[in-house]
Structures are given as structure tokens and as C-alpha cells.
Design a protein around this ligand. Structure first.
Ligand code: SAM
Length: 361
């Protein structure tokens, strides 16, 4: 692993380490009145049992839904933003890396992410997010194509559906080119990099803008014994990369952002307009003579909004840099047998694109 990476600190939820002026809420108090205070801007500290906080959030949701009964897209957006703002005023206290309320989940991130803070306040929704992330980290997620269970680090994107990985696996098994160097842009929880290694690639330069992804893949590659084959880097696209690759793989975010992107998971799902033009421009400079780009994508944006553009098709049509060598598609199955597919995602297909540089005339 790159030496500089040892100094990377994970992104973690904000905490309050100073004294706060807050209403202490316990079961005997009036929920509606407390929620009204929260909406008005007051901090509320959950006392007693953890579920007292859940009770307040349920009441907050009910109250705000009454005020935001407009079912339009904008109306729902306003509701979500009001809920987000007020719910973050609901706080829990942490002492010695544990929540101080009773009957609460045991969340290891409180120790792993905050070794430097012994007593602090943190918002209830952040704790809920950490709890869910802790379950995934602790129990792991089985990745069939790898025949491995991965343990995604806090704040890192990981797959819960696997069709794109199967598509990539199928293609990798037919790949006959050189396997000396590959670049994995947006390594996430490491799945594509690990697939490359299992299929005989010798060196992978794996990079991500999300610090937590880099920390997580570093831990996982040590655990799995892949450390010698991976160079990890924290940065934007090909930043710090001087490799010429036989293969550049990128499973980018699939939806064009209509909001300002936040660090972390947001950038795994949404992309800014300039991401793809920047990627293609830089990729051209990082390909070995017979190198190829493999992009994993989806028609999700078109399923949600018919008019939306497809950044890979746009690149092929507008610029004279790459030619399409292959385009595979595969239907997306529900993430669990219990999930009923009645939503628009029924038409969703994952795509694998193989592009090669156009020969100069
Ligand atoms: C859809 S996830 C894919 C993760 C993983 N490769 C996989 O297939 O499961 C996209 C990843 O790209 C990363 N990413 C987004 N923009 C990036 C950029 N400009 N440079 C490097 N990584 C980026 C995100 O942080 C995220 O981890």
C-alpha cells in the first residue's frame, strides 16, 4: 500500500463535543410538544431507552407529513428536507464509545471512528445509519462471483444486486489480452479489483475519491492476501496515476446529479456533467497500445426519465477517441426473493461496454 495512505482519516458523522442546551426527553413527556420544539430549532436529547428516540421520529414524520401534504415531486422533496433538518436536532449521548441510553444497538463504529473523543453528542439519524452500516460490516455481504464475503467499511458503496458483476465476470473469462496492469477507477468496496485479481491480473491501480473506500479496501486486501497486487490511491479519476493499463475498469455513478454533490456515497450514485468527458480524456492517456476500457453502466437514468442522455453513447457519437468493441446487456433481478418487482426498475438493464482507442488516421 502507498505510504501516504496510512495518514488518511476516515470521513465520519459530525459530533458535538461542547456542552449543549437541549431538552432531555423521556417516556413520560409529551411527544407532540417535544416535536414542536425540535421543529422550532431546539436540540432534544434522548434519555431512558433508545426507542424513545424512535417514538419522537415517528411523531416528527407524522407532523411534517400533515404540513407537507403536497404529493408533487417538489412537495415530497420539501418534506424530506424539513425532516432531515429537524431530525438531526434529536441527539444521543456517547460515553466511552457507547450510547448512554438503555436497550440500544451495539455499534462498533463509535469506537473505530472516534478513538479521539470519549464523550460527545451525535444525531439520532446518524446513529441509525451507523447501526445499519455496522451490521453490513460485521456480518459481511456474500459476493457469489468472488466466492467471498466482503466487509464494507463505513460510508462505502457496496453492491446489493449482482447482475453487473456477473456480466463483468462472464466477459473477463473470455478476455485474452495482456493481464499485467489494470486501473480500477472508483474502487468502492473492491469488488471489481478482486475480480480482476482472481482472473489473473498482476497489478491493479485502484483509486477512489472516497477516503473510506480506500481504507476499507486496504483492510480487505490485507485480509484476503491480495495486498501485493494492489496499489491504492485516494484521488480524483487518474490523479497520481502513472500507469499505462491493459484494462481500465470503471463502474461509475449511474445518475446525473441535479444537486450539489456531497462527499461519500452521494458520489457513488450521482455524477456531475463533467465526470465522463474528464474520464474519457484522461483514460486515453493511460491506455497501453492494445489497452481497453470496460465500463459498467445501466439504463436506469432512461428508465426513470426517458429524455436523459447516456454519457457513453454521447462520447462515442461526439468524439473521435474510442470505438465500441462490445456492448452486453443483462436484466436486473430483484435484490431479494421477497422483493416484489412492481416498480419501474422492472425494465432496468445493466450494461457492459468495451471501448478501444480509434486508430489515428
Ligand atoms: C457505483 S460505485 C462502484 C464501486 C465499485 N467499483 C463497484 O463496482 O461496486 C462508484 C464509485 O466511484 C467513486 N467515484 C465517483 N467519482 C469519482 C471520481 N471522480 N474519481 C474516483 N472515484 C470516483 C465513488 O466514490 C464510488 O466508490
Amino acid at each position: 500500500m502507498n505510504k501516504d495512505l496510512q495518514s488518511i482519516q476516515p470521513d465520519r458523522p459530525n459530533i458535538i463535543t461542547t456542552a449543549i442546551d437541549a431538552i432531555s426527553f423521556n417516556r413520560k413527556m409529551d411527544t407532540e410538544a417535544t416535536v414542536a420544539e425540535m421543529i422550532a430549532g431546539k436540540y432534544v436529547l434522548v434519555e431512558g431507552v433508545y426507542s424513545n428516540g424512535l417514538q419522537l421520529l415517528t411523531e416528527l414524520k407524522r407532523d411534517l407529513l400533515l404540513k407537507h401534504d403536497n404529493k408533487s415531486f417538489q412537495g415530497q422533496r420539501d418534506f424530506r428536507s424539513a425532516f432531515r433538518e429537524a431530525s438531526h436536532r434529536l441527539l444521543l449521548k456517547v460515553k466511552d464509545n457507547r450510547l448512554t441510553v438503555k436497550k440500544c444497538p451495539d455499534i462498533g463504529w463509535l469506537e473505530l471512528l472516534y478513538p479521539d473523543a470519549s464523550e460527545f453528542y451525535i444525531s439520532f439519524p446518524e446513529v441509525q445509519g451507523m447501526n445499519s452500516a455496522w451490521q453490513w460490516y460485521k456480518n459481511g455481504i456474500e459476493i457469489e462471483t468472488l466466492n467471498l464475503t466482503l466487509h464494507p467499511f463505513y460510508g462505502t458503496y457496496f453492491p446489493t444486486r449482482f447482475d453487473h458483476l456477473k456480466l463483468f465476470d462472464k466477459w473477463l473469462k473470455t478476455y485474452e489480452g495482456a493481464k499485467d496492469n489494470a486501473i480500477d477507477i472508483g474502487v468502492g468496496s473492491g469488488v471489481l479489483t478482486f475480480q480482476l485479481i482472481q482472473n489473473g491480473f498482476k497489478n491493479i491501480f485502484a483509486t477512489d475519491t472516497n477516503k473510506n473506500a480506500i481504507i476499507g479496501v486496504s483492510q480487505e486486501s490485507k485480509r484476503l492476501g491480495f495486498e501485493d497486487k494492489i496499489t491504492l490511491n485516494h484521488g480524483d479519476l487518474f490523479e497520481n496515476c502513472d500507469v499505462k493499463a491493459d484494462l481500465i475498469v470503471f463502474n461509475p455513478p449511474w445518475l446525473l446529479a441535479k444537486h450539489k454533490l456531497e462527499e461519500g456515497i452521494d458520489k457513488a450514485i450521482y455524477y456531475e456533467e463533467e465526470l465522463f468527458p474528464r474520464f474519457f480524456e484522461q483514460a486515453q492517456k493511460h491506455l497501453a497500445p492494445d489497452g481497453k476500457i470496460v465500463l459498467i453502466f445501466s439504463n436506469l437514468a432512461q428508465v426513470v426519465e426517458e429524455e436523459s442522455t447516456h454519457p457513453i453513447i454521447e462520447e462515442l457519437q461526439k468524439n473521435n477517441r474510442f470505438r465500441k468493441e462490445l456492448h452486453l446487456r443483462r436484466g436486473v433481478r430483484a435484490s431479494s426473493k421477497r422483493t416484489k418487482r412492481t416498480d419501474s426498475r422492472t425494465n432496468e438493464k445493466v450494461e457492459l461496454w468495451v471501448l478501444a482507442p480509434k486508430e489515428k488516421q
